[in-house]
Design a protein around this ligand. Sequence first.
Ligand SMILES: NC(=O)c1ccc[n+]([C@@H]2O[C@H](COP(=O)([O-])OP(=O)(O)OC[C@H]3O[C@@H](n4cnc5c(N)ncnc54)[C@H](OP(=O)(O)O)[C@@H]3O)[C@@H](O)[C@H]2O)c1
Length: 283
Amino acid sequence: MTKGPNGEDKDAARERLRGNHVGPRTPRHHGRFRYSGKYIARRLLDQGRRVRTLTDSGGRANPFAGQVEVCPYHFADAAKLVDALRGAAVLYNTYWVRFNYTNFKHATAVENTLALFDAAKRAGVGRVVHVSITNPSEESPLEYFRGKAILERALRESGLSYAILRPAVLFGHEDVLINNIAWALRRLPVFGVFGDGQYRLQPIHVDDLAQLAVEQGRQTSDRVIDAIGPETFTYRELVRQIGAIIGKPRPIMRVPPAVGYMVGRLLGRLLGDVLLTRKKSTA
Ligand SMILES: NC(=O)c1ccc[n+]([C@@H]2O[C@H](COP(=O)([O-])OP(=O)(O)OC[C@H]3O[C@@H](n4cnc5c(N)ncnc54)[C@H](OP(=O)(O)O)[C@@H]3O)[C@@H](O)[C@H]2O)c1
């Protein structure tokens, strides 16, 4: 976390803390740039690759105007999905949903991703670089981790050449976890953690993940890689360091999951965002 691949140092971090991409034989790459996909696309474009993004978000601003082909997903139309992927050397898949929203749930993301893998196979895509999560498990009580494990297995059994990248937490300009911690530290007199807060995290800079993805897009062997950064933090340490960097060294206190969930819900309403789900608060 001290230095990013773009040369970001601690001072820069102090300042800052206030889908899918398909690459053809001449590579094309596959989402419409919410977060990590944007960094992957930037790196591919910098290398002179052709990039096509498959997305549901046709209306969102495209930071690569003119440089990236935009194509809707067509999950409900297998033939169109195959057409969208035809000619792609590499499918970079970041498609997923963080929470079970009313109109977009983990189960839908799983179903759609399975359709995407199937279409990639039929389209003759050369390789899939799939972004998963650390410790996915089909036995997990959390749907997020179960869904990720189902997708990993499907990809491994698909016959496609693959690289599966397993990050724990991403950080960078638009990240969620680090910025939400900083937001709470700025506004609240104390910071609550569940249990002893000694659970460990190895965040990776979003552009380091993108670099790894693009490197893996050029390889041929099947790989499953823990995409973790060089530094390990306990959650408490992470909060403490962020507090020190932004000049808000708040006391960190243990809170019972039920209390944390209620506070997270209240803050989420104020922010118009989801800060914490009940399942995450009890995991
Ligand atoms: N962010 C993290 O800290 C973190 C940690 C561990 C693992 N990961 C994994 O890394 C991958 C990429 O993460 P990310 O944070 O970069 O993802 P993201 O950009 O927020 O989402 C990736 C794509 O999924 C689709 N999507 C996401 N939320 C959606 C919603 N509410 N409704 C409709 N479509 C939605 C979007 O497709 P459209 O183009 O159609 O909008 C988007 O381009 C994911 O597989 C995630 O599980 C992330």
